[in-house]
Design a protein around this ligand. Structure first.
Ligand code: DNO
Length: 357
């Protein structure tokens, strides 16, 4: 595996490449063209500039998170053809530039959903949190306003104000899309893009829906082992793979994370590893990465990744806001650096104990 950190680009991120370079064991970043809108073609020039900036700091681009999917593709409207063609061109440009991993998601309307961006924990740190009760109590169009005040002035991935302004309209557009239709539209999209992925050896890594159940009545399909295996089989190409995100699949306590990892051998192209602390099955907060701070056994998660021979990029995921840092919620430097170091420590221990067998 390669330890990486997510980076939004110098215009959008409070964390610098120079700081990332100083985290022991982090050699790459996962980045994106954060200003591009879903459906746009990423130009070769913009991709080259992004790579040059990262490389000049002594790091490399280990993959993209995300090239977002236009709603027409998820809904399956006739204009999806044009947007799929654009997506293919973007993949071609990325492939030519030597990028081989692309993370994306297939969630309708909202990307990840949290109800609090700064819940205070007993140690004074703040974290992202979710309660089903809070979601049930508000209308979808109120969602952004209810958390928007806690973004510290940053644009949150998947919560771009332009999109949020259209929430009502988007809900209307998804009215006839159920789980089966969403699966069919995902299959159609994947079948169209697999040839370019084969040509340039690009691993597509679908991110799970977060939380791993339907919110506001919208269909959500990338939520559990059954559905993800169905997706792997419906387009049975090794380039059709997953981002294994422990914090997203883990929102549903019925998901056995190490077992899911083992069942996806060869198809995990990217890993997001973080811990959650459950206060009840419908109330969870994003803990520190350490096993004892949350609900998951991080050793077992890392061991399962090690055992299946995972060799893609991995990143610590959302961190707590600590030590007075002001950053995009979940994406500060300090706690993610602690997370990277902890995950590297677990990996080293697992690796050494395995070779001693
Ligand atoms: C949240 C992220 C997601 C993820 C996308 C992938 O912090 O994990 O926004 O990047 O769902 O497309």
């Amino acid at each position: 595996m390669e330890m990486t950190l997510r980076w939004y680009g110098s215009k959008h991120d409070s964390v610098t490449l120079e700081q990332i370079r100083q985290i022991p064991g982090v050699t790459g970043v996962i980045t994106t063209l954060y200003d591009s809108m879903p459906g746009e073609v990423w130009s070769e020039e913009a991709i080259a500039a992004m790579i040059a900036e990262v490389e000049s700091a002594g790091l490399h681009v280990s993959g993209i998170e995300s090239v977002n999917i236009h709603d027409a593709i998820k809904i399956g409207t006739p204009d999806r053809e044009e947007y799929i063609d654009n997506y293919i061109t973007t993949l071609e440009h990325l492939g030519k530039a030597g990028i081989h991993m692309v993370c994306y998601n297939f969630m309708p309307v909202f990307d990840w959903t949290r109800t609090e961006l700064a819940r205070k924990r007993p140690d004074g740190s703040t974290v992202l949190a979710y309660t089903q009760e809070a979601v049930d109590a508000i209308k979808p169009e109120e969602m952004f306003a209810s958390i928007g005040k806690d973004t510290n002035g940053f644009v949150m991935p998947g919560w771009e104000p332009e999109r949020m302004a259209r929430v009502k309209e988007l809900f209307e557009m998804y009215r006839d899309v159920d789980d089966e239709k969403l699966f069919a539209n995902l299959k159609y999209f994947l079948e169209r893009i697999m040839p370019v992925c084969d040509k340039y050896d690009i691993n597509m890594a679908i991110h799970p829906d977060d939380p791993a159940w339907s919110v506001f009545g919208l269909p959500r399909i990338i939520i559990n082992k059954t559905n993800i295996l169905r997706m792997m089989q419906m387009v049975d190409n090794p380039h059709n793979g997953v981002t294994f995100c422990s914090g997203s699949y883990g929102t549903n306590l019925e998901n056995d994370l190490p077992d899911m990892i083992r069942s996806l051998k060869g198809r995990i192209h990217f890993a997001h590893v973080r811990n959650l602390k459950f206060n009840s099955s419908t109330d969870f907060e994003e803990a520190a990465h350490l096993s004892s701070d949350g609900t998951f056994d991080m050793y077992e998660i890392m061991k399962a990744l090690y055992e299946i021979g995972f060799d893609g990029p991995i990143r610590p995921d959302h961190g707590r806001m600590i030590w007075g840092e002001v950053a995009m919620p979940g994406y500060g430097l300090y706690d993610r650096a602690l997370g990277a170091t902890y995950l590297n420590g677990l990996w080293e221990a697992i690796e050494k104990s395995q070779t001693r067998k």
